[in-house]
Design a protein around this ligand. Structure first.
Ligand SMILES: *[C@@H]1O[C@H](CO)[C@@H](O)[C@H](O)[C@H]1NC(C)=O
Ligand SMILES: *[C@@H]1O[C@H](CO)[C@@H](O)[C@H](O)[C@H]1NC(C)=O
Ligand SMILES: *[C@@H]1O[C@H](CO)[C@@H](O)[C@H](O)[C@H]1NC(C)=O
Length: 317
């Protein structure tokens, strides 16, 4: 019965042309609807969304505030062995190959061609910018003091890295790149609060340590005992041929990262210590595989995880 009644009142919508239908959808003068809604309906829906987003923003801000309560801007929340980066620092080298080739670890240049090695010297200029004297207060340069093994930095200060007497490995000498005797800089990655556990006992050096490094450590012991508190560095060709092609190297200013630069605690102006590896006479025109390692009891070498050691190739044409 009811169904029939409804049918009686039902009339199909008037047939309209496409354009006419759209015009009525835009503004229906009969019902006062604009885009299918009346003014009051639009106002309600607008009010709803304003309130909805206001509450959403408020909720987000409140949660963010709660989250920030748990953080300290000066130090990481998870440190050392409770953090994901852990306690085993990686070793890095500079200059880095061009960005277009992120996977590459090849340093390849023509010493005779100025434009060719410019990439590498520019890259080093940029990397060493903050190490230059006369930095601005913005990067905390005035916090840097001269340190020595028996003279660590006072609280709130950091140790300077003085590159003035680094011989060929300075900007003035183009880091040796125009003489086909390049310098490659090594840097230990910063880990907040990490303290090295030095190989400072010559009777307790690991078997895998290269003998030239062992000899060096023994020599240092005879010279000045406290200099043993150093994270030692060794670089070597990976295969016998590489060893031969690499030739002699020098570590500038010394063969390791002095202990007074550790731990890194995010003090403004902190500079990572650097070791410049100066290749005196690498053989021309061959690819030389080189591996450098940092040595401390608490640095474990893992080539695949890139911890404690670094691999790169050098090719001088
Ligand atoms: C983390 O280091 C602390 C001391 O530095 C040590 O007591 C603790 O056992 C270490 N935890 C793990 C999981 O190694
Ligand atoms: C390399 O550059 C330095 C500094 O510009 C210059 O003193 C030196 O003579 C150059 N060496 C060669 C071989 O061009
Ligand atoms: C050797 O290094 C450890 C830390 O790794 C340090 O506690 C100790 O004092 C150092 N020994 C000397 C003689 O400096």
């Amino acid at each position: 019965m009811e169904g029939k009644k409804v049918e009686q009142y039902y009339s199909p919508p008037p047939k309209l042309g496409k354009w006419e239908g759209f015009r009525i959808f835009l503004w229906n003068s009969e019902t006062g609807q604009f885009l299918g809604r009346t003014g009051a309906s639009w106002a309600k829906i607008l009010l709803f969304y304003v309130l909805f987003y206001a509450v959403l923003c408020g909720f987000f801000a409140a949660m963010l505030a709660v989250f920030y309560q748990t953080l300290d801007p000066k130090q990481p929340k998870w440190q050392l062995n409770s953090s994901l980066i852990g306690t085993n620092p990686g070793l890095g080298f500079r200059p880095m190959p061009p960005e277009s080739n992120v996977e590459s670890t090849l340093i390849w240049y023509k010493a005779s061609d100025e434009g060719n090695f410019l990439h590498w010297t520019k890259e080093l200029d940029a990397f060493l910018e903050e190490y230059q004297k006369g930095g601005t207060s913005a990067n905390g340069a005035e916090q840097r003091v001269h340190c020595d093994y028996d003279k660590p930095a006072p609280p709130g200060k950091v140790c300077d890295v003085d590159m003035t007497d680094w011989g060929h490995c300075t900007k003035e000498h183009k880091y040796g790149y125009n003489k086909s005797a390049p310098c490659i800089f090594l840097k230990l990655n910063k880990i907040f609060g990490w303290k090295p556990n030095y190989y400072n006992d010559t009777k307790n050096l690991p078997e895998g340590m290269p003998t030239d490094l062992q000899d060096h450590i023994k020599k240092e012991e005879n010279a000045q005992r406290h200099r043993l508190n150093t994270v030692w560095v060794s670089c070597a060709g990976e295969n016998p041929a590489d060893v031969e092609n690499m030739g002699a190297i020098q570590y500038i200013p010394r063969r390791g990262f002095p202990g007074y630069y550790f731990p890194f605690t995010n003090t403004p102006g902190y500079l990572s210590p650097l070791v410049a590896v100066f290749f005196e006479r690498p053989k021309h025109g061959v690819l030389i595989n080189i591996e450098c390692k940092a040595w401390a009891h608490n640095i474990i070498h893992d080539r695949f995880e890139r911890r404690g050691s670094v691999h790169f190739e050098l090719m001088v044409d």
